[in-house]
Write a protein that binds this ligand. Structure first.
Ligand SMILES: Cc1ncc(COP(=O)(O)O)c(C=O)c1O
Length: 408
């Protein structure tokens, strides 16, 4: 009496690894939590204070989101992306994840998912009853699809509708896409919609973030929110920016919102106004300084002739590939790593890679971000000694993983 389609899905693997790690920890084993990725930093004080001040807000808010919040988000995004979005282009949701799910429900066609892609895209596409086309990407292309690779999929059947998911900076690869122009040309040529998941964009290490919306604004839905840059994943607030040309999508998401979650929690929406109205440049710069330094440390200390890694360019992750023929699947390998070293990683197969590719996602956020941020000064050069001091588990875990890789 239960739907087979839903029964066939497993709980999101990122949450599962967290639970397994906790269980092993309860048994007294030291676990290096490199599997689960969430911001190590606390929410900026001005935003927390605003949430406290708005605890009394008890009214249902408009289904598309609080007007004032949509206004500041449109202004912030227009400045960041050098565009001209208005509040009617913004949809506030309980996390961008929920909005993406609603998009899958609305869209009728095929979903192009470049592998690696975030763990929830594929299950959501399945729940939305859309067919998935997985596109295996290559290391030399920064693990992003090329325009030609996307075109090859479309040419199999030009008459279908396509929705392409693009996530830069990427979870799990930590890479930034440098093929936006050629991908946008394909989107224009074949009338493809792009869901550009820009949730890590504020945490791009090289200060030159480019969105595909700059190349084909009329085809791009931007998806982002406060979960990553603002350390507020648990607050559950994200948003879409939908161009006027895709106004039907906005209207349909509004209908689905009104019939499901109604509106995002009122106090959270009032507090989020401050997230986009006030200047958090210093907080973000410090976050980037810490994340890029810790990421670089992991990259330099783990890579070898047996471990291939692209240097992380944004966000919390990097994606080592372990050259060996010992294991049949990447999940078998990650299980072995967890048991032998206590290091929790997620297997590449969870992100759409063929399971015989020995890739894993490593999240380098197992440290106290509040302490790290408070103890360093602005623009401080974060050397190995500082990383040892404030991110000791990252150092120890990487050491263990490196030793493990030498036995391959
Ligand atoms: C790539 C990516 N997209 C979207 C999300 C979901 O973010 P939200 O908290 O806005 O639902 C995450 C969070 O883990 C993510 O890593």
């Amino acid at each position: 009496m239960l739907k087979k389609l839903v029964k066939s899905l497993k709980p999101s693997s990122t949450l599962l690894i967290n639970e397994t790690s906790k269980k092993l920890e309860d048994q007294g084993k030291k676990i290096f939590k490199f599997g689960f990725g969430q911001s190590p930093f606390k929410v900026p004080n001005d935003i927390v204070e605003e949430l406290k001040n708005n605890a009394y807000q008890n009214k249902y808010l408009p289904m598309q989101g609080l007007n004032e919040l949509r206004h500041v988000v449109a202004k912030y995004s227009s400045k960041k992306l050098n565009s001209n979005y208005k509040s009617h282009n913004v949809i506030i949701g309980p996390g961008s994840k929920e909005l993406m799910f609603l998009l899958h429900v609305i869209f009728d066609g095929e979903i192009i998912l470049p592998a690696p892609s975030w763990v929830s895209y594929a299950p959501q596409a399945i729940l939305g009853r859309n067919k998935i086309q997985i596109l295996q990407t290559k290391r030399e292309n920064n693990w992003f699809p090329t325009g030609a690779e996307i075109e090859k999929i479309i040419l199999k059947d030009k008459n279908k509708n396509y929705l392409l998911f693009l996530n830069s900076p990427n979870n799990p690869s930590g890479q930034v896409c440098d093929k936006l122009s050629e991908i946008s040309e394909i989107a224009k040529k074949y009338n493809i919609i792009i869901l550009s998941d820009e949730i890590y964009s504020e945490l791009t290490f090289a200060k030159n973030y480019k969105s595909i919306s700059s190349y084909c604004p009329e085809k791009t839905i931007i998806s982002t929110g406060i979960s990553k840059w603002c350390g507020a994943g648990g607050w559950r607030l994200g948003y879409f920016i939908v161009p006027d040309e895709l106004n039907d999508i906005t209207n349909m998401i509004n209908v689905l919102a009104s019939e499901t979650f109604s509106a995002v929690s009122a106090p959270i929406q009032y507090a989020a106004i401050k997230a986009y109205e006030n200047d958090h440049t210093k907080y973000i710069e410090k976050s980037i300084n810490i994340l890029s330094s810790v990421g670089k440390y992991v990259y330099l200390n783990l890579k070898s002739n047996k471990v291939l890694i692209n240097k992380p360019q944004g966000g919390f992750y990097l994606m080592p590939e372990f050259l060996n023929s010992k294991f049949k699947t990447s999940s078998e390998m990650c299980e072995n790593i967890l048991n032998e070293t206590g290091v929790a990683l997620l297997p590449g197969s969870d992100f759409g890679f063929n399971s015989d590719k020995m890739l894993a996602r490593l999240s380098f956020t197992d440290f106290d971000g509040e302490e790290f941020m408070n103890k360093i000064s602005e623009n401080q050069n974060i050397d190995d000694h500082t990383i040892n001091q404030f991110a000791p588990k990252v150092v120890e875990g990487v050491n263990k993983l490196k030793k493990w890789s030498e036995t391959l």
